[in-house]
Design a protein around this ligand. Structure first.
Ligand code: 1VU
Ligand code: GLV
Ligand code: MG
Length: 323
């Protein structure tokens, strides 16, 4: 290990995160009763400008009146460049003791996080809030991606980074109108094979951005989450998107429709086979260490001390889900 120890953020199960527009009050109870791990009530892009003040009132009322059970509840405030954001923070933090986190959209620089932290800290002190609020940031602009490391390290309140693929695509001027998923333009054509056929190879157009964000999150002890998949009638596409995000180190994905909650929960839950294999690795390494060995073979493959850490990630996640 480095002499620099990475402190993990508040541990929360965050396989799924449901987006609930603050203007649609009829959805609040449904969200509270759903199987989602975390939900955020949105004051930002799902709410039209004329509806912003009313949506803020709706969210405050719901945070005080709806029984959210053990759900982790967040509010997505408006961006720091809008006339709404300061009042979102002041009214919501002053009046909502149940709130767990604030989601900052379009985080661009570490100073954005500093500004929200400063405001939240003053309100917490003034109001004697006992529950310390966490911050989750959406990385969804070229500026935010350029500064992602500094954003991740900007506050001790930070808990998670989210990849906001829709705004990110717009910000980098990518050629797409899809929200997440594959991009038919992002392909390469192979040379002709022995039968003269040329094959199209699909790539993951978001690989670099997502991987870069995951590294920044993990280097600062934060959760990394994948954002929206807009086609909520395409469970296979959602699953593929979630699965490759999990493979890259994400621990959850947004649901923009209730049908995506179970898909996210399933895809970010380690399978029985994965857990069994992880436990076998831990047992084999315990035996190896009793015998004074650091590296041994299991099923014809190398396992060593790093394998213990890999296996523990899976076993700890399974224990968290079972708790
Ligand atoms: O079966 P019921 O009638 O009882 O319920 C409906 C509907 O009310 C409910 N439902 C939801 N419940 C909780 N949270 C939700 N977000 C939610 N969405 C729907 O589920 C049942 C089936 O709904 P539906 O298929 O009839 O869906 P609608 O036509 O009512 O709504 C579809 C959209 C996509 C508009 C809706 O799901 C929605 O508003 N989703 C969230 C949008 C959002 O928050 N966007 C911001 C985050 S994404 C981003 O920033 C970048 C793209
Ligand atoms: C989320 O906010 C996105 O823009 O994808
Ligand atoms: Mg966005």
């Amino acid at each position: 290990m480095s002499f620099t120890i990475v402190e993990p953020a508040t541990a929360r199960l965050n396989r799924s995160e449901l987006a609930v527009p603050g203007s649609r009050t009829e959805l609040f109870e449904k969200a509270a009763r759903s199987a989602v791990d975390v939900l955020f009530m949105d004051l930002e892009d799902a709410v039209a400008p004329d509806e912003k003040p009313q949506a803020r009132k709706n969210v405050i009322q719901a945070l005080n009146e709806v029984d959210w059970g053990d759900k982790v509840v967040s509010v997505r405030i408006n961006g720091l460049d809008t006339p709404y954001m300061y009042r979102d923070v002041v009214d919501i933090v002053e009046n909502c003791p149940r709130l767990d986190m604030i989601m900052i959209p379009k985080a661009g620089t570490a100073a954005d996080i500093y500004a929200v932290d400063m405001l939240v800290t003053q309100i917490e002190m003034a109001k004697g809030r006992t529950k310390r609020l966490g911050l989750e940031m959406i990385i969804e602009s070229a500026l935010g991606m350029q500064n992602v490391e500094a954003i991740a390290a900007a506050s001790k309140r930070n808990e998670a980074l989210h990849f906001g693929v829709a705004d990110y695509a717009a910000s980098i001027k990518a050629r797409t109108t899809n929200i997440g998923g594959a991009n038919p333009y992002y392909t390469m054509l192979s040379d002709a094979d022995s039968e003269g056929v040329r094959h199209t190879h699909w790539g993951d157009v978001w690989h670099y951005a997502l991987a870069r964000m995951v590294v920044a999150a993990r280097a600062n002890g934060l959760r990394a989450l994948e954002g929206p998949y807009g086609d909520f009638k395409d469970p296979d596409g959602f699953r593929a998107s979630a699965r490759r995000a999990a493979a890259l180190g994400c621990e959850g994905k947004w649901a923009i429709h209730p049908t995506q909650i179970a898909l996210a929960n399933e895809e970010f839950t380690p399978s029985e086979a994965d857990i069994t294999q992880a436990k076998r690795i831990l047992e084999a390494m315990e035996q190896a260490q009793r015998e004074g060995k650091g590296a041994v073979a299991l099923d014809g493959r190398l396992i060593d001390i790093a394998s213990i850490k890999q296996a523990e990630v899976l076993v700890k996640k399974a224990e968290m889900i079972a708790a």
